[in-house]
Design a protein around this ligand. Structure first.
Ligand code: NAD
Ligand code: UFG
Length: 337
């Protein structure tokens, strides 16, 4: 029997590449489309080194409707997993139109193309940011769209709404929205991991740069929050667990027209200071850091109630902070090779 063929947009990126590995290992035929804006084509060789399979790759920008159409005309995809997008919160405040054009424009092109070629299933990479400033634990019954502080977050909310509208209009279409918490870590092989182009903004990529000596020290944004040690707490999820969550979501999708929404996180918050300590312990070296003022827009705590994904997808995060640190270090060692 022919394998089910899945298209990953943004599949050479951080989460997409780990998901490609898990899908291939679960027996799917994976093809990747990416414009390589924030990733490298060499990731494809690393996926091959891990799985023995090099996914077919299309160097295509989602905003290029003609090229996108060519990809769909040649293939019979059962499902698209839509990772492609710009994701730097600060940059989105400076360049809102770039974010709306790329993330929303790109998604609309993709949905039009899917409709034209009768590809009726999509899994979308959303974010806990759609819950705005509500108090954690966050669950899927809570409202979305209020209190989002930046255009990046608003593109996630708007795309969720677009997907819901498309599901109403097209009875054959179904969408699974996955709201990620804070993905960190790397594949245990150390062959793929997070390697953002340009100056990173997120905690783990900055910790990695500090460990490499490329940034002198980590600035911890505030230690006067109402949390046990005063630093912010987040729901860090190992990227391999997150990738497996996509396989579970894919298996759970059926042909019915409906929208399904799942939070993907561990449900266990960890503070910035605890992350620093865990990294130092794993590396055997202290990580230079200092406390600075709060970062605008940060909430004290963001974590999920993981029950819905556990019950319906039969998926739960298995890996802990120690695994996240050890795998990140293995990835760093490979980068230094
Ligand atoms: P990433 O930047 O590593 O991967 C995204 C990929 O999309 C990149 O390879 C980039 O080149 C590609 N891309 C961007 N615009 C494109 C376009 N117009 N056409 C084709 N390719 C394009 O990011 P990631 O961390 O792997 O995130 C994947 C998805 O998950 C994104 O949608 C992101 O917003 C979402 N997400 C990420 C996080 C996180 O903390 N990493 C949290 C919540 C949600
Ligand atoms: N932090 C520091 N110093 C740094 C960077 C981060 O102390 O140099 C702290 C932040 O204050 C925060 C924690 O580390 O408490 C995590 O920060 P990140 O920037 O890594 O992640 P956020 O939780 O702020 O944001 C992430 C994603 C967003 C997404 C959001 C949803 O980056 O895309 O989760 O909750 F929208």
């Amino acid at each position: 029997m022919a394998k089910e063929k899945i298209l990953l947009t943004g599949g050479t990126g951080y989460i997409g590449s780990h998901t490609a590995v898990e899908l291939i290992q679960a027996g799917y035929d994976v093809e990747i489309l990416d414009n390589l804006y924030n990733s490298k084509a060499s990731v494809l060789d690393q996926i091959e080194a891990i799985t023995g399979v090099k996914p077919k790759f299309y160097d295509v920008d989602l905003r290029d409707a003609e090229m996108l159409d060519e990809v769909f005309a040649k293939n019979d995809f059962s499902t698209v997993i839509h990772f492609a997008g710009l994701k730097a919160v600060g940059e989105s405040v400076e360049k809102p139109l770039t974010y709306y054009e790329n993330n929303i424009g790109g998604t609309i092109n993709l949905l039009e193309c899917m409709e034209a070629h009768s590809v009726n299933r999509i899994i979308f990479s959303s974010s806990a940011t759609v819950y705005g400033d509500q108090t954690s634990p966050l669950d899927e019954t809570m409202s979305t769209g209020n209190g989002i502080t930046n255009p990046y977050g608003r593109t996630k909310f708007m795309i969720e709404e677009i997907l819901k509208d498309v599901c109403v209009a097209n009875p054959k279409f179904s969408a699974t929205i996955l709201r990620y918490f804070n993905p960190v870590g790397a594949h245990p092989s150390g062959l793929i991991g997070e390697d953002p182009n340009g100056r990173p903004n997120n905690l783990m990529p900055i910790i990695m740069r500090v460990a490499q000596g490329k940034i002198p020290e980590l600035s911890i944004y505030g230690n006067d929050y109402n949390t046990p040690d005063g630093t912010c707490r987040r729901d860090y999820i190992h990227v391999v667990d997150l990738a497996k969550g996509h396989v579970a979501a894919l298996k759970h999708m059926d042909g019915d027209a409906k929208v399904q929404v799942y939070n993907l996180g561990t449900g266990k918050p960890t503070s910035v200071l605890e992350m620093v300590k865990a990294f130092s312990k794993a590396s055997g070296k202290p990580l230079p850091h200092k406390i600075v003022g709060r970062r605008a827009g940060d909430l004290a705590e963001i974590y999920t109630n993981p029950k819905k994904a556990e019950t319906e997808l039969e998926w739960r995060a298995e890996l802990g902070i120690e695994d996240m640190m050890n795998d990140t270090l293995r990835y760093l060692e490979h980068q230094n090779d």
